[in-house]
Design a protein around this ligand. Structure first.
Ligand SMILES: Nc1ncnc2c1ncn2[C@@H]1O[C@H](COP(=O)(O)OP(=O)(O)OP(=O)(O)O)[C@@H](O)[C@H]1O
Length: 312
């Protein structure tokens, strides 16, 4: 941990949300969301389509007013925060479509100027444009018109626009949608670099569970209007019963057994069947299995009145 992070570690979280509610007309989308993102942490918000991930992020960005609840982002209420606060927050929007005739270099230089008044010796802003172009892999395309860039190249530009001001907190809403595998890997390295070297706090949404596992210090699952799971990928996987499945074959017969105690179970198999075993496989629950189990659990609770009370 860098000295800067060390200093910040005891301070208030980058994001603190309690009892957040959001209702669109008659539709209650968020019914009581509690979440924290600590300084320097990378947190991934997962949830099915329509769960309210974008709504949550937009409220935290100050672009949408909640119906109820307490929201603190970098120590302020985003709905009331001013320009100095906005300069500390980076937002990667779903594709930069304006300024098709500008070049990435010109756009980034122009947007970067906005952050200059908020530069301090401890936290110089903005990023140097050439360095940022290199970081997001756009050096070759720096002087082409934005309108002629491919979808993936524009997405890289979106990321550059989001971080040009060297934000302390970065929001990424499905940042790698449309990326090819190389661009995805480059982006993952960029997130690690921002987090490890710059101490940037990051909240991102994705539907790519492998991406969540790779990037997140902590995963939150939003379902049924609330956070239903909170932990590292390993911690979440351990919360789902039957964490491993043992498959084996004796001659032509094949068997499957779910178990939490893999080693004693396999030892018994060898004691009982020894040389008769012709195949053996231990399959741990993946984050995908865990995610689907947790979302199904909340969805079935929502359709069975009273069950939620019993489960508590
Ligand atoms: N401006 C709006 N007016 C009315 N309803 C809205 C509005 N924005 C979102 N919704 C509804 O709120 C719910 C949550 O939408 P949101 O976009 O936050 O979900 P999401 O988790 O980001 O979904 P996805 O994974 O599909 O992007 C959806 O049912 C959506 O139709």
């Amino acid at each position: 941990m860098s000295p800067d992070l060390d200093r910040k570690a005891g301070s208030e979280p980058a994001i603190r949300v309690r009892g957040l509610q959001m209702t669109y007309g008659e539709q209650a989308v968020l019914t009581g969301v509690d979440l924290d993102v600590r300084v320097g942490e990378v947190v991934c918000l997962l949830g099915p389509n329509g769960a309210g991930k974008t709504t949550t992020i937009e409220i935290l960005e100050g672009f949408r007013l909640p119906s109820a609840g307490e929201v603190r982002v970098l120590g302020e209420d985003p709905a009331r925060a001013g320009e100095a606060w906005r300069a500390r927050v980076g937002v990667v929007l779903q594709s930069w479509r304006d300024h098709a005739r500008w070049t990435p270099r010109r756009l980034l230089a122009q947007l970067g100027d906005y952050f200059t008044p908020w530069s301090t010796p401890e936290h110089p802003r903005p990023y140097e444009v050439d360095m940022l172009l290199e970081t997001v892999g756009l050096t070759e395309h720096a002087d082409r018109k934005i309108g002629t860039l491919s979808g993936g190249q524009r997405r890289r530009l979106d990321v550059a626009v989001g971080i040009i001001g060297r934000p302390e907190l970065l929001f990424l809403d499905e940042p790698t949608a449309g990326f090819d595998p190389q661009a995805r890997r480059d982006f993952h390295e960029l997130v690690h670099r921002l987090s490890d070297l710059e101490g940037t706090s990051i909240l991102l949404t994705t539907h790519d569970l492998a991406e969540a596992e790779k990037l997140a210090d902590r995963i939150l699952i939003l379902s049924g209007g609330r956070i239903v799971a909170d932990g590292s990928a390993d911690e979440l996987t351990r919360q789902v019963a039957g964490t491993a499945e043992v498959r084996w074959a004796c001659g032509a017969d094949r068997f499957v057994h779910p178990t939490d105690d893999v080693v004693p179970f396999v030892r018994r198999l060898f004691e009982e069947h020894g040389d008769e075993l012709t195949d053996l496989e231990v399959r741990r629950a993946s984050l995908e299995d865990t995610y689907l189990a947790m979302v199904q659990r909340t969805e079935s609770r929502a359709t069975e009145p009273g069950l939620q009370e019993v489960a508590r």
